[in-house]
Write a protein that binds this ligand. Structure first.
Ligand code: TMP
Length: 206
């Protein structure tokens, strides 16, 4: 399936505790100040079903095989893509997603060790091949910009796991032309300005 639409799809990616939520909030505030309409959503989540799947995936007491985990992330994505993201793109809107298909390749393939072709096939299956215009990758090692300790099932997966995820992101980003690597800075506003500049450079904002 190929969608045709006039919207723009931006994804945010990065390891745990690199300041992604803060940067997404600063971008939302910036767009609001400029009067630019945008839809913000997150994965796993974004729909009633997706938020329930998110709780399961984060629940420390939920034991599951890596394959089950992969399918749950894809199930939440399938719903969010068809119910929220694609309709907004078809309405010509700017859509910003907190984590999308690259999270699955980084975490479930590089992190958990699942076959990358399987993961990429399911990414396409869940999204129907919707095209991403730009991926903002916050390039910092796991937990680099946070003082809070790991608290959920994914965060508690261990340092070696999260280091593989980081290496995975850098590999994925090097292979595809839509990644913008943003090194996080101490000054969060400086990082936010770099993100806006990247959106302008790629024609997402004018
Ligand atoms: P967060 O977005 O609040 O950080 O929580 C989402 C968690 O789920 C985070 O640990 C990354 C992980 N994740 C995957 O492992 N695979 C995925 O496909 C997605 C979207 C997230």
């Amino acid at each position: 399936m190929e969608y045709s639409h006039n919207g723009k799809l931006i994804t945010f990616e990065g390891c745990e505790g690199v300041g992604k939520s803060t940067q997404i909030r600063l971008l939302a505030e910036y767009l609001e100040r400029r009067g630019i309409d945008a839809l913000f959503t997150r994965e796993p989540g974004g729909t009633a079903l997706g938020e329930r799947v998110r709780e399961l995936l984060k629940d420390e007491s939920a034991e599951m095989f890596p394959e089950t985990e992969l399918l749950l992330f894809e199930a939440a994505r399938c719903e969010n893509t068809r119910r929220v993201i694609v309709p907004a793109l078809e309405a010509g809107r700017l859509v910003v997603v907190d984590r999308y298909i690259d999270s699955t390749t980084a975490y479930q393939s590089f992190g958990r060790g699942l076959d990358r072709r399987d993961v990429e096939y399911l990414n396409r299956y869940a999204t129907g091949g919707v095209r991403i215009d730009l991926t903002i990758f916050l390039d910092a090692p796991p937990f680099a910009n946070t003082s809070r300790s790991a608290s959920d099932r994914m965060e508690l997966a261990g340092r070696a796991f999260h280091d593989r995820v980081y290496a995975g992101y850098r590999a994925i980003g090097g292979e595809c032309g839509r990644f913008e690597f943003i090194s996080t800075r101490e000054d969060k506003y400086a990082t936010a300005r770099e993100i806006v500049a990247a959106l302008e450079k790629h024609g997402v904002l004018t």
